[in-house]
Design a protein around this ligand. Structure first.
Ligand code: GZL
Length: 336
C-alpha cells in the first residue's frame, strides 16, 4: 500500500513540474513578441514613456492628468517627462526612454519639425511611438503607430464660421487681431489655416495684427496690450488660438478701458473651465472645443497595438463649439 502511494505521489509531482514548465515557456513567448508591438496579449504590464509638451495651459494640465491616470489605472508603469515647451527636452526624454527600453512612447511634439532623427532611433530600437494631441511634419509615417488628437484645421474653420454668423449683415471691414499659439506648433499652424480658409469667403474680414502668445495667459495679455496700443478702438474681434491667451487678453482689454465680449468680440479655442467662466461673465463670446480627455482612448490604442492589432494612422477626437448663452448652464458640468 505504502509503495503504491509513493509512486502516485511521484507521478503527481512529475506532472506538476511538466505543467509549470509549459506555463513559463508560454509567458516568455508572449513577452518576447510584444517587443515589436505585435502578438503579445493585451493583459501584459507595459512600461510607457510619456513626453509631454509642458504645463502652459489649463488644457495641457487636463490632458496630462487624463493620460497619466489612464496609464496607471490600466496597471502599466509610467515614465513621465514635462518638456517645459522646449524641443531639446523632448528629444532628451525620448532618448532616455529608448535607453530604458520602454515598451511604448507617448509623445506630444511641441513643434512639427526637428524630431525625425530621434523618432528613427526609437524605430531602430523597436519601440512603438504614439503621437498624442500634436502631429509632426515628417514624410516617413512609419516612425509612429498612430496620431490621436483633434482636427485643428476644423477648429479654425468653426471659429471663423461662428464669426461669419455673428457678423451677418454688418457693413464695412471687420478688423481682427489674432493671438497665435506656439510658433511652429501644429495647432497654431492649422488653426490659422482653417480660420483663413473661411475668411476667404468674407472679403470684409481683415486680420490687422497677428502675433504668437505661446499659448500662455501672461504672453496673451502682453501681446494684446501691444495690439491695443497700436490699434485701440479699431479692433472689432480677437481670435485667440487658445482660451488661456484669450483670458490674458481679456484683462488687457479691460485695463485699456474697453468691454471684452461687447466692444471687442472674443473667440477662443479649447473650451476650458476658465473660458466658460469668462463667457458666463459676458467677457468672452465663444470657445471651440479641443478635448484633452483622451487618455483612456490612447491607452486602449497602445494595448491594441501590443496585442498585434493594426491601427488607423490618424484618429480624431470628436468636438463641439460653445457660446456665451450656454456658459452659465454648462459651467458646472465641465470636466477640465
Ligand atoms: C491643442 C493643444 C494646445 C491647446 C493649448 O490640442 O496642443 O496646446 O490648444 C495647449 O491650450 O497649449
Amino acid at each position: 500500500m505504502a509503495r503504491r502511494l509513493k509512486s502516485v505521489g511521484l507521478l503527481l509531482i512529475m506532472s506538476l513540474v511538466l505543467v509549470l514548465a509549459a506555463c513559463s515557456s508560454a509567458s516568455k513567448e508572449g513577452n518576447a513578441s510584444t517587443g515589436e508591438g505585435g502578438g503579445g496579449s493585451s493583459g501584459d504590464k507595459l512600461v510607457i514613456g510619456f513626453s509631454q509638451v509642458g504645463a502652459e495651459s489649463e488644457w495641457r494640465t487636463a490632458n496630462t492628468e487624463s493620460i497619466k491616470s489612464a496609464i496607471t489605472d490600466a496597471g502599466h508603469e509610467l515614465k513621465f517627462s514635462d518638456a517645459q515647451q522646449k524641443q531639446e527636452n523632448q528629444i532628451k526624454a525620448i532618448r532616455s526612454f529608448i535607453a530604458q527600453k520602454v515598451d511604448a512612447i507617448v509623445f506630444s511634439p511641441v513643434v512639427e519639425t526637428g524630431f525625425e532623427t530621434v523618432l528613427k532611433e526609437a524605430k531602430d530600437a523597436g519601440i512603438p511611438v504614439f503621437l498624442a494631441d500634436r502631429a509632426v511634419d515628417i514624410e516617413d509615417d512609419s516612425l509612429w503607430v498612430t496620431f490621436l488628437g483633434s482636427d485643428f484645421v476644423e477648429e479654425g474653420r468653426k471659429a471663423a464660421n461662428w464669426l461669419a454668423e455673428e457678423m451677418e449683415g454688418v457693413e464695412g471691414d471687420i478688423n481682427i487681431v489674432e493671438l497665435q499659439g506656439t510658433v511652429g506648433s501644429a495647432p497654431a499652424i492649422d488653426r490659422k489655416e482653417g480660420f483663413e480658409e473661411v475668411m476667404a469667403e468674407h472679403p470684409n474680414f481683415k486680420i490687422i495684427k497677428s502675433q504668437s502668445g505661446d499659448f500662455t495667459r501672461a504672453k496673451g495679455k502682453e501681446v494684446m496690450e501691444a495690439f491695443l496700443k497700436s490699434e485701440g478702438e479699431n479692433i472689432d474681434v480677437l481670435y485667440s488660438h487658445n482660451d488661456d491667451m484669450a483670458i490674458g487678453a481679456i484683462q488687457a482689454i479691460e485695463e485699456y478701458g474697453l468691454k471684452p465680449g461687447e466692444d471687442i468680440k472674443v473667440i477662443g479655442v479649447d473650451a476650458v473651465k476658465g473660458a466658460f467662466e469668462a463667457m458666463a461673465a459676458g467677457k468672452m463670446n465663444v470657445t471651440v472645443e479641443c478635448n484633452p480627455l483622451f487618455g483612456p482612448q490612447l491607452v486602449d490604442l497602445i494595448e491594441a497595438h501590443a496585442a498585434g492589432e493594426t491601427l488607423e494612422k490618424r484618429i480624431s477626437v470628436k468636438e463641439s463649439i460653445y457660446t456665451m448663452d450656454q456658459a452659465e448652464e454648462l459651467l458646472p458640468t465641465r470636466k477640465y
